[in-house]
Write a protein that binds this ligand. Structure first.
Ligand code: NDP
Length: 629
C-alpha cells in the first residue's frame, strides 16, 4: 500500500491490478462483430409477440407535412410539441402495434425504470398523471404513453404496425419519399428520425443458436404465451421448465428474480457482473405531488441532471442512488478543495461532469489541469470506496461464498451502467438457481439441447437472450432503414468517417431531416428530458420557418463545420479512461471510438440546453439555410 493511503480499508494498488486483470480477460479482437444482426434466419427474434390483431390496409401514396419515425417517447414528444405549436399535419410511423417504443417492446417480467418517475415521465404537469411509485414499472409506463397519445390525439395521426424501409430525398419534388414494408410511398416535407438508441436487439454470434430445439426469445420480445404471467411476474408455465438466461446487464437483473421464483431450474450465464446498488422504491405521496408549484417538474429534472453533471446545487431533490453516487464522488473532491470558488471553477470547466468522470479523467487532467492530479486520485479513491460497498453487498446478501465472489463487479462504477435492485442478489440463494460464471469468456456453444460452457452441457427447455441492443454499429443498421439525401448519398456514407451534424439535429445534404438522439447533442441520464428539449427545438424551427415562408431547411456548411469543431473541442478526451474500462457498449466493446466528433456535447446537458435556448431566443435560426422547395 502506498504511503498516504494507510487509513483506507482497501488497497487501491491491488484493486487497480485486479481491475486491469478483469478487463484484460474480457477484451476481444472481434468487438462489435461478436454479435449477430437479427436479420434473415434470425429475424424471428424481432417479431412482435404483443400484437393482438394485425391491421390490414392498402398502401398509402399521399402527402403530409411531417413524418415522424418512431412512436416512443421521442416521437410522441415531437408530435405533442408540434400540436402545441399548431402544426397538425403530421404522421407518426411506428413498427409496433402501439405507442411506447422501448416500453412497448421491453415488457419482460420486472421491467422497470431506474430514473425517478417524477423526472422520467415527461409532460407530467400537462397530463396531471400521478405515478404510483418513485420508480415506475413497464405497465405503468406503457399506460402513461397511452395517456400522452390520447391527450395529444396521436392515434388519429398514427400508422402503426408499419416499418420504414427507406427515406429518399426527391430533389424535383422537394419532398422526402418515405417507403415502408407495407408498400407505402408517403411524401413528406419534413422527416423526424426518432428511432431510439437502444432499439435493435443483438445476439451473440455463437455457434448453434438456430440448432437449439427448445424454446428461445430475446428479452425485448418476451413470450408470455410460453412463460405465463405478465410484467409483474407469475410465470407459472415455467414450473416444470429448465431455463437459461444469457447476460447479466440491467435487463437480466430485473427479470432474473421472477424467473428464479417460477422456473424448475434457472441457469444464469454471466460474463461480467453488474454493479447492484440499493433501490429502495417508495409509494408516491399524492399530497406532495398536488402541492408542487407550477414548473416543478422542469426544476426537478434540471436539479437531477445538474447533480449528475457535478454542478453545485443547494438541494438534492431526487436524493437516490444516482445522486448519492455523484454526491459521494464530489464530496470527496470538495474535501480536497479548500474553497467554493474553486469547486465552482472546476464545475464550470466541466471537470465535475459525469461524462468527464466516466470517460476521461486522466487524460483530461493530463492535458488541461495537470496541477489537479490529487483531484484525480481523490475521485479514483472515492470510486473504489463506493465499489467496495457494492461488492460488500454481494457478500451480505448471497450465502454461497464462491457465488458471492463471482457476482462482484471489478471496474469503475461508470464503466458500465450501474443497476439498483433489492431482489436480484438474493435470488442466487434459491436452490433452483445456478450462476454459471463464465469469468469474462461468455458461453462456448449452443446445442440442440442447451448451452455449453467449459466442456459442460447445460440441458434446458428454454434459452432467454438478455444480451442487449446494438449501439456502436452503423446508424442505418440500427434504425432499420437507410436515409438517402441529395444526390443519393446515404447517411451511412456521410457519417462513415465520423458524425457531422449541426446541433446533433441537422446534417447537410439531408434537407428537412431532423435527427433525435444523443449524438453530437445532449447526453442525459433522464433520456426523456433531452427528447423533450429536442422536440421543443424542432417545433421552434418549423414554426419560425413557416413564419418566413420557408419550406427548405438545411444546415449551412460553415455552421455544421463549426458545430463539429465545437464537439471536438469540448469532447472529454475520453479514450484513455474508456480503454481502461471493462468492455461493454459504453466503450464500444473495448474498441474505444477515438473520433472525438462522435461524442455527445462535452459541456453536459444543462449547458447544451441553455445554448439551444439562447440560439432560439433571437428567432434567427442562425446556421440554417432557409429557402423554398
Ligand atoms: P446490456 O448490453 O447491458 O447487457 C447485455 C448482457 O449480455 C451483458 O451482461 C453481456 O456481458 C451479456 N453477454 C453478451 N454476449 C454474451 C455471451 N456471448 N455470453 C454471455 N453473456 C453475454 O443489455 P441490457 O438489455 O441488460 O441493458 C441495455 C440498456 O438498457 C441498459 O444499459 C440501460 O441503459 C437500459 N435498461 C435500463 C433499465 C433500468 O432503468 N433499470 C433496465 C433495463 C435496461 P458483458 O457485460 O460481459 O458484455
Amino acid at each position: 500500500m502506498n504511503a498516504g493511503t494507510k487509513s483506507l480499508n482497501f488497497d487501491p494498488d491491488a484493486l487497480a491490478k485486479k481491475y486491469k486483470l478483469e478487463r484484460d480477460k474480457r477484451v476481444r479482437p472481434d468487438g462489435n462483430d461478436q454479435y449477430r444482426e437479427v436479420v434473415g434466419e434470425f429475424a424471428y427474434f424481432v417479431e412482435d409477440p404483443y400484437l393482438k390483431e394485425e391491421i390490414e390496409r392498402d398502401p398509402l401514396e399521399d402527402e403530409v407535412e411531417v413524418v415522424i419515425i418512431g412512436g416512443g417517447f421521442g416521437g410522441m414528444l415531437a408530435a405533442a410539441r408540434l400540436r402545441e405549436a399548431g402544426i397538425n399535419d403530421f404522421r407518426l410511423i411506428e413498427k409496433g402495434g402501439d405507442f411506447g417504443g422501448t416500453w412497448y417492446w421491453n415488457r419482460y417480467p420486472g421491467a422497470s425504470c431506474d430514473i425517478e418517475s417524477y423526472v422520467y415521465f415527461p409532460l407530467l404537469e400537462k397530463t396531471g398523471f400521478v405515478p404510483k411509485m418513485k420508480y415506475t414499472n413497464a405497465p405503468e409506463t406503457l399506460e402513461y404513453c397511452h395517456r400522452i397519445a390520447e391527450k395529444y390525439q396521436l392515434y388519429e395521426n398514427a400508422l402503426l404496425q408499419t416499418e420504414v424501409a427507406s427515406t429518399d430525398w426527391d430533389e424535383t419534388l422537394g419532398r422526402w419519399i418515405v417507403s415502408t414494408n407495407r408498400q407505402d410511398a408517403i411524401k413528406a416535407r419534413y422527416v423526424v428520425h426518432s428511432n431510439g438508441p437502444l432499439n435493435r436487439p443483438k445476439l451473440p454470434a455463437i455457434e448453434g443458436i438456430n440448432d437449439f430445439k427448445g424454446h428461445t426469445f430475446h428479452t425485448s420480445r418476451w413470450d408470455y404465451g410460453y412463460t405465463g404471467g405478465d410484467s409483474n411476474g407469475g410465470l407459472t408455465h415455467l414450473a416444470d421448465k429448465r431455463v437459461a438466461v444469457i447476460g447479466t446487464g440491467a435487463t437480466a437483473v430485473q427479470c432474473v428474480p421472477h424467473l428464479g421464483a417460477a422456473a424448475k431450474a434457472l441457469y444464469v450465464f454471466q460474463r461480467t457482473p453488474s454493479s447492484i446498488d440499493v433501490r429502495n422504491n417508495q409509494p408516491t405521496d399524492p399530497d406532495w405531488m398536488s402541492s408542487q408549484p407550477t414548473g416543478w417538474q422542469d426544476n426537478r429534472r434540471k436539479n437531477f441532471e445538474s447533480i449528475m453533471t457535478g454542478a453545485v446545487v443547494s438541494e438534492d431533490l431526487v436524493a437516490d442512488g444516482w445522486t448519492e453516487a455523484f454526491r459521494l464522488l464530489f464530496g470527496s473532491v470538495r474535501d480536497k478543495a479548500p474553497s467554493k470558488a474553486k469547486i465552482a471553477g472546476w464545475a464550470a470547466m466541466g471537470l465535475l461532469n459525469p461524462d468527464f468522470y466516466r470517460l476521461g479523467i486522466k487524460q483530461y487532467l493530463t492535458n488541461k489541469v495537470t496541477e489537479h492530479m490529487d483531484l484525480a486520485k481523490a475521485l479514483e479513491l472515492a470510486d473504489y470506496e463506493k465499489m467496495e460497498k457494492v461488492r460488500a453487498r454481494a457478500d451480505a446478501l448471497v450465502e454461497d461464498e464462491t457465488t458471492a465472489e463471482a457476482l462482484k463487479p471489478y471496474y469503475r462504477q461508470f464503466c458500465k451502467r450501474p443497476c439498483f435492485h433489492d431482489e436480484y442478489l438474493p435470488t442466487f440463494n434459491r436452490d433452483n438457481v445456478t450462476l454459471v460464471n463464465t469469468d469474462g469468456r461468455g458461453i462456448d456453444q449452443i446445442t440442440p439441447r442447451g448451452i455449453v460452457f467449459d466442456g459442460t452441457e447445460y440441458e434446458v427447455d428454454c434459452i432467454i437472450f438478455a444480451t442487449g441492443f446494438e449501439v456502436g454499429t452503423d446508424y442505418a443498421r440500427r434504425a432499420g432503414y437507410q436515409i438517402y439525401g441529395r444526390g443519393g448519398q446515404s447517411i451511412s456514407e456521410k457519417w462513415s468517417n465520423g458524425l457531422s451534424t449541426f446541433h446533433g439535429m441537422h446534417s447537410r445534404g439531408f434537407p428537412n431531416a431532423f435527427f433525435f438522439g444523443p449524438a453530437q447533442s445532449a447526453f442525459t441520464a433522464t433520456y426523456t428530458y433531452s427528447l423533450d428539449e429536442q422536440s421543443i427545438h424542432l417545433a421552434h424551427i418549423l414554426t419560425n420557418a413557416k413564419k418566413r415562408g420557408a419550406t427548405l431547411i438545411e444546415a449551412s456548411e460553415v455552421a455544421e463545420k463549426q458545430w463539429v469543431e465545437t464537439i471536438i473541442e469540448k469532447s472529454r478526451l475520453t479514450a484513455d479512461f474508456q480503454s481502461q474500462c471493462t468492455p461493454g457498449y459504453y466503450n464500444n466493446e473495448g474498441h474505444v471510438n477515438v473520433k472525438p466528433q462522435n461524442s455527445t456535447y462535452g459541456g453536459g446537458p444543462i449547458e447544451f440546453f441553455a445554448l439551444m435556448k439562447k440560439w432560439r431566443s433571437n428567432n434567427k435560426l442562425e446556421g440554417l439555410e432557409l429557402s423554398q422547395a
